[in-house]
Design a protein around this ligand. Structure first.
Ligand code: GRF
Length: 216
């Protein structure tokens, strides 16, 4: 097999997506290895999940820095000490500076709980319900300078049920996140997924604007 793909995961919260990635990289044939988990919050449960799995953890408190640029510069230094091929945002609640995004261009992935380009930002489940959408879901995308706006890699689409609340919808979307994020990371680690000038490429072919679609 080709070389292992070292991954650094950034998060701020519970880290259920991290857990899905940990579980998927524990199988003997995984081409990816989580080299470190970094949080801007010391109380993020994701850090506990990482240390339980024997993964290196670091905390970098954004409040200790003068501004976004200074924090992002320190974050880059911390990440690059692990020399990752891929950086994965898994509920990292920080807006990233243009310099940070450019530094990791083509090797920075994010997951978002909506069918992008719909519902960038927060409260996506509630917004989908308020709009009367019949379908909702989640998206993995390459990160570019536009917030929640980079080329899509994969989307999971689920039906919205009549009796859904934001919580019930969030729960079903979360389960899909736990499937599609490890899938996208694996594609990247296998060298199958890359960012081209026109968008995301899988096996050398340009993906549709929606990315690879999975319907349940
Ligand atoms: C997920 O909903 C993800 O889509 C968003 O942040 C949340 C992180 O959840 N970017 P968790 O910490 O992985 O449980």
């Amino acid at each position: 097999m080709s070389q292992t793909c070292d991954v650094v995961v950034l998060l701020s919260g519970s880290g259920s997506n991290l857990q899905a990635l940990i579980d998927s990289t524990r199988t003997g044939d995984s081409p990816a290895r989580i080299a470190a988990v970094i949080s801007n919050r010391a109380d993020a449960y994701g850090l506990q999940r990482a240390s339980d799995a024997g993964i290196d953890t670091r905390c970098l408190d954004h409040k200790a820095f003068e501004g976004r640029e200074a924090f992002d510069a320190a974050l880059i230094e911390l990440i690059d000490a692990f020399n990752p091929k891929l950086v994965v945002l898994a509920g990292f609640m920080r807006i990233l500076s243009a310099g940070f995004v450019r530094h990791y261009q083509g090797r920075l992935l994010n997951i978002h709980p909506s069918l992008l380009p719909k519902y960038k930002g927060l409260h996506t489940h509630q917004r989908a319900l308020e709009a009367g959408d019949t379908e909702h879901g989640c998206s993995v995308h390459f990160v570019t300078e536009e917030l929640d706006g980079g080329p899509l890699v994969v989307q999971a689409v689920i039906p919205v049920e009549l009796q859904d609340s934001p919580q019930s919808l969030a729960q079903r979307v979360h389960s899909q996140e736990h499937l599609i994020y490890p899938m996208a990371v694996r594609w990247f680690a296998e060298g199958r997924l890359s960012l081209g000038e026109q968008g995301a490429l899988l096996d050398g072919k340009l993906l549709a604007a929606s990315g690879h679609l999975i319907r349940t």
